[in-house]
Design a protein around this ligand. Structure first.
Ligand code: CA
Ligand code: CA
Length: 416
């Protein structure tokens, strides 16, 4: 509900500012925040930290600007070719379709001073603020209000602008930018219905990864150019999990989703390991949980040879958390996990009616009511056969069977 209000607020503000060229899209930058920039505020102990002047870039006003002198000490080594940069965090993955850059001569302070308009810059997008994709490169701009509509929609959370020449004179390295608007829409709002809900999820726990550019977050970033790559440093792993698998990653979907299909995209269809079928995952277990504590098995695969493995569930699973346990990472017994993508296909389950205020007693009643609701829904949706979830005792029994089967067959498969 809060999100809905936020969307309404954004829409009404946009209406106030005037129309954009991007039909239903809104300026997402205005609801975002500066994640990093070449004008980092100085932190002085005991004094209040001044606001990051880069924030003026996305405050929705042409009366304010991001202005900062060139200082090579604040530009990271990998960006040294640029004189300035600013990264905007949109808060979560969004559909990004384009941007508008208001140059100096469009703003109140430097009105008409076209010599201060930026000449060259690059705009990039990223799901994790680590691996970046160029989406626009401008080398010889003379336009005061520069508008760009991308050829495609990018699902992304971070957008950054790298300014190579901040003014028409290449020797003038002071950036003066009144406003940077990033156009797009909320993913959930547009994509209601069946989709890969993992794209809206977050990896909240993992056994680790080899380096930052191969983090477990890249398992769900929608790209076959990025992978989760994990070696044998599993010091973070519990003994219980270590008995089962070499690596794991837990995805939080943010709310309960109903999943009826999942896809695992293995090494040999990823761009960096194309054709390397020996790296495709041989064995894994996918689990689901409502609370990130108690897990139930969704699928248990041993002996896989598919580069892209697709599994249609015989009945949908409703859960907020999904966990991938990599039992045998490679075909030939190797122990390095290389997985490009885990897709969880389904939809959000409509949130339940808010339940009761907090009182001491109603716990038992709630449980009963919950069980009844589950049973009713199940009865309405499915056949007369009662699903396991309807009866707690059956559920317990099933869980026990699964656990014992796992102990005998699945969970002992890992090694040795
Ligand atoms: Ca501004
Ligand atoms: Ca990926």
């Amino acid at each position: 509900m809060r999100k809905l209000f936020a969307v309404i607020a954004v829409l009404s503000m946009l209406a106030a500012l005037g129309s954009s060229v991007y039909a239903e899209d809104v300026n997402l930058a205005k609801e975002g925040k500066i994640y990093d920039s070449s004008s980092k505020p100085e932190e002085v102990e005991g004094e209040e930290t001044p606001a990051d002047p880069a924030a003026m870039l996305i405050d929705g006003s042409l009366d304010t600007k991001w202005e900062v002198l060139y200082d090579d000490s604040v530009v990271p080594d990998d960006l040294i070719v640029y004189s300035h940069y600013a990264t905007i965090d949109l808060g979560e993955l969004k559909n990004v379709t384009g941007y508008t850059l208001y140059n100096a001569s469009e703003g109140s302070a430097d009105k008409g001073k076209t010599e201060y308009d930026a000449k060259a810059w690059t705009v990039q997008v990223s799901g994790d603020a680590f691996t970046w994709t160029d989406v626009d490169t401008v080398t010889d701009n003379t336009t005061a209000k520069y508008e760009k509509k991308f050829d495609q929609t990018y699902q992304t959370r971070f957008v950054r602008i790298l300014v190579e020449y901040p003014a028409q004179d290449e020797k003038d390295l002071t950036v003066r930018l009144p406003e940077f608007e990033i156009y797009g829409s909320d993913i959930e709002k547009v994509a209601t219905g069946y989709r890969n809900v993992a794209l809206n999820g977050t990896v909240i726990e993992t056994s680790g990864y080899i380096n930052e550019s191969e983090s477990a977050a890249l398992l769900i970033d929608g790209s076959l150019d990025t992978k989760w790559c994990a070696g044998l440093d599993n010091s973070e792993m519990s003994d219980e999990l270590w008995d089962v698998c070499y690596h794991f990653a837990t995805v939080d979907l943010g709310s309960v989703c109903k999943i009826d299909k999942y896809v695992l995209k293995n090494a040999s269809i990823g761009s960096r390991d194309l054709g390397q079928t020996q790296y495709d995952t041989y064995a894994w277990i996918l689990e689901a949980s409502d609370d990130n504590q108690t897990w139930k098995e969704v699928d248990n695969v041993y002996g896989n040879v598919e580069a892209e493995y697709t599994y249609e569930l015989s009945s949908p699973v409703e859960a907020r958390y999904f966990r991938l346990l990599v039992v045998e990472p490679e075909q030939g017994g190797g122990t390095t996990t290389r997985i490009y993508e885990l897709e969880l296909w389904g939809d959000n389950v409509a949130p339940a009616e808010p339940v009761v205020e907090e009182t001491a007693a109603p716990a038992a009643e709630e449980t009963v009511a919950e069980a009844e609701t589950v049973a009713e829904e199940a009865a309405a949706e499915e056949t007369a056969t009662a699903p396991e979830t309807a009866d707690p005792s059956v559920l317990t029994a099933v869980a026990a069977v699964i656990a014992s089967v796992g102990a005998v067959f699945g969970y002992s498969r890992k090694k040795k």
